[in-house]
Write a protein that binds this ligand. Structure first.
Ligand code: HEM
Length: 318
């Protein structure tokens, strides 16, 4: 009996709900009706707060997002990734460089506390190796880069020199970067043997017998007197160095100053004597050295060094 009436009862209830629910007269405010036009494209209630331009979030708003993360550029396609504040920070600070400066290699894209050693500044101010262009490689319409470039680079330098703080204001410790090769020369007493070109071998007559070879390095954190594990090796095969042939190299308190790898005068504090008698005229002798700054044990040059740096550390016997 009851089952027969259930369906009409349900229909009645449904009709009542519909009728009362669709009350055309009930007024609901449309939040967008009160929207102020100049903020029409913003989220309601969020006004365009000014952010300190020397913070990572200020740099992202003013530079990275509008001028670097363009489609086909640093939009996740390759590093640095400027899409978000976090991706910008994590792909910049203490991050290794893909394409370094051949003349004056830098340690990282951003070195907290040191804008001069930070690649991002160099890429914004110089055409790297004269074959890379200056960033941004192109400027999208709507970017104010060309009118505010100097001001923006100033903000970036200020952020880096203040420790390259993250979104929460924390600084990341600058890494203890490894020492870098700065120079190599060969001498007999006061005679310093010449090179035929900037990265060419040092030309030494076989009759020189035993010569002094001097090396120069630089390190952001430690002085030369603090280096340890000083060794050298030599070979006529540019990739084969007998592991039993590593011999001690000395630190000399009074350096030999001469033009180095980057064509500036550098102090050469490290020396070893090399007996050339076991080599023939025409031989090219490849040199390797090992040093440690207490944190980083490095071989300079090594198998991954730029080829012109490896060739720079050679002697051609005349
Ligand atoms: C102000 C905005 C920009 C900044 C701060 C910037 C920064 C950089 C940095 C630091 C590198 C070197 C990465 C490394 O070697 O580890 C780089 C490379 C590169 N950027 Fe940008 N960039 C900007 C805008 C652009 C734009 C708009 C484009 C595309 C039109 C672009 C295209 C490239 C390309 C193709 C490379 C890799 C090739 C090379 O190293 O020359 N960048 N950029």
């Amino acid at each position: 009996m009851i089952r027969k009436h259930i369906f009409p009862i349900l229909c009645t209830i449904w009709a009542i709900v519909l009728w009362t629910g669709c009350d055309e007269s009930a007024q609901v405010d449309n939040p967008y009706d009160n929207q102020i036009s100049e903020n029409a494209d913003g989220v309601v209630g969020i006004d365009d707060k000014s952010i300190d331009p020397t913070t990572i979030q200020g740099l992202h708003k003013l530079i990275f997002k509008p001028t670097c993360a363009n489609s086909g550029c640093h939009d996740g396609l390759f590093e640095p990734d400027f899409r978000t504040i976090e991706s910008s920070y994590n792909s910049l600070v203490n991050q290794p460089i893909i394409k370094n400066d051949e003349v004056d290699p830098l340690p990282a894209r951003v070195v907290p506390g040191d804008h001069a050693r930070s690649m991002i500044i160099r890429r914004l101010e110089t055409d790297l190796n004269n074959n890379s262009g200056i960033m941004p490689l192109s400027v999208d319409p709507g970017s104010d880069w060309s009118t505010r470039k100097a001001e923006y680079i100033g903000y970036l330098k200020a952020w880096i020199d203040a420790g390259a703080k993250d979104l929460n204001g924390n600084s990341r410790q600058a890494l203890d970067y490894p020492p870098r090769l700065e120079g190599m020369l060969v001498a007999s007493g006061s005679t310093v043997y010449p090179r035929s070109g900037r990265f060419s071998p040092v030309q030494v007559p076989k009759s020189a017998g035993t010569v002094d070879v001097w090396f120069a390095y630089s390190d952001l954190e430690s002085g030369p007197e603090a280096f340890s594990g000083l060794q050298f090796n030599h070979s006529i095969h540019y990739m084969e160095f007998d592991s039993l042939n590593w011999m001690p190299m000395q630190y000399v308190g009074t350096p030999k100053n001469a033009v180095g790898l980057n064509q500036v005068d550098v102090p050469h504090y490290f020396r070893f004597s090399l007996n050339l008698n076991s080599y023939q005229s025409g031989d090219v002798i490849w040199l390797r050295t090992r040093i440690s700054d207490g944190t980083n044990k490095v071989e300079l040059p090594n198998g991954n060094s730029l080829f012109n740096h490896r060739q720079y550390c050679t002697i051609r016997l005349l």
